[in-house]
Ligand binder design. Structure first.
Ligand SMILES: [Zn+2]
Length: 356
């Protein structure tokens, strides 16, 4: 690792991070902005969560829908809802045809050991590859496709349930704004996704049998639910139109350190050794990290670990040590992926805007 990069003296964000500024002590604006932040009162939030769960339970065939990838966050959502509330859960798994072996194994473990139903939807490769190809050529990234497909699938399922049984189940996600949202870098925004779709791709999306046109149009008009406070506070429009959609990390402490162990001990859930904890559920994640490193000289893990340092959950020296796991070299799978899409490295727009 070349260390010619200036880093914040408190966290590990580099000078190449979009919008970063350092004060005279060498501490970044992201650290300074959060140093006086008030910690949420989890007691209050938990009682809010109790009310939401209570008002949605026992009405339809399922009490809650959980988008399951087999990764740590979504697995923890299913585990928590079962353990804490014993809900009838349907896990919806979006298969982008690049799920990791670990993810598939964990889905089996979750379904069997929590006794939950699992619905996997695998869109045709032709359709998904069109989207991946488009975003790589236009913007130099491809993760926005799956980030949004998952939400569209769940929204569509909930809408259909509403039509069938007159009641849409509660949808619960494990997206933690604190750890996952990367200002200036994030590729999760729904607005970004829809703003960059061509009319032909939008038509292709709407014509997918598992996607409801109405849901697409609702999502196109909304602020990204993951970036605006919480669904519970700001997502009323969505709530009225389809379903209640909440992110569990908005209500309960989200301890990234203990989660994998809790899941392993209680369910036999597995995480591969010697990798970063995030997103080992997808074979393409190293490619995303590599492209991010090429563009910004940093990885998602650097951003996430910087948050953990600010919260006192990780030491700066340990975070620096963890950087040896960063995907700074081209992943072996990169060429195979491009070949699947009929692209070469020259076709990738490495200067494209990722998100806002
Ligand atoms: Zn900092």
């Amino acid at each position: 690792m070349t260390e010619d990069i200036i880093r914040c003296k408190k966290c590990i964000l580099p000078s190449s991070y979009p919008g970063i500024k350092f004060d005279e002590r060498g501490i970044c604006n992201y650290c300074l902005e959060t140093q006086d932040a008030k910690l949420p009162s989890y007691e209050e939030l938990k009682s809010k969560l109790n009310n939401i769960i209570q008002s949605h339970s026992g009405k339809g065939k399922y009490d809650a829908i959980v988008g399951l990838s087999g990764g740590k966050d979504s697995s923890y959502v299913a585990y928590y809802l079962k353990k804490e509330y014993n809900l009838r859960i349907l896990g919806i798994n979006f298969d982008n045809s690049y799920r990791s072996d670990n993810a598939i194994k964990n889905l089996d473990i979750l379904s069997d050991n929590l006794g939950i139903d699992l619905l996997t939807i695998r869109p045709s490769k032709t359709f998904l590859h069109k989207l991946f190809r488009h975003f790589l050529q236009k913007n130099g990234e491809f993760c926005s496709v799956c980030n949004n497909m998952g939400y569209l699938l769940i929204g569509s399922y909930c809408l259909n349930q509403q039509k069938l049984q007159g009641y849409a189940p509660l949808a619960v996600g494990g997206w933690s704004k604190k750890y996952e949202y990367q200002p200036g870098v994030s590729v999760t925004s729904m607005q970004y996704f829809f703003n960059h779709l061509t009319p032909a791709l939008l038509d292709a999306l709407i014509s997918q049998p598992f996607i409801e046109e109405k849901v697409v149009h609702i999502f196109m008009q909304l602020n990204d639910p993951r970036q605006t406070k919480t669904y519970a506070e700001s997502g009323k429009e969505f709530t009225n139109l389809i379903s209640s959609f909440i992110q569990l990390p908005d209500y309960v402490p989200w301890d990234l350190n203990s989660m994998p162990q809790t899941l392993a001990e209680n369910l036999g859930w597995v995480q591969p050794p010697n990798v970063h904890g995030s997103h080992f559920d997808c074979k393409l994640f190293p490619i995303k990290e590599f492209l991010k490193y090429k563009k910004y000289r940093l990885t998602q893990e650097t951003i996430k670990n910087s948050v953990m340092i600010r919260e006192g959950l990780m030491s700066r020296s340990y975070a620096l040590k963890r950087m040896s796991l960063d995907q700074t070299e081209e992943p072996k799978f990169y060429k195979d992926f491009l070949q699947d899409l009929g692209l070469t490295t020259k076709d990738i727009n490495e200067n494209g805007e990722w998100s806002r």
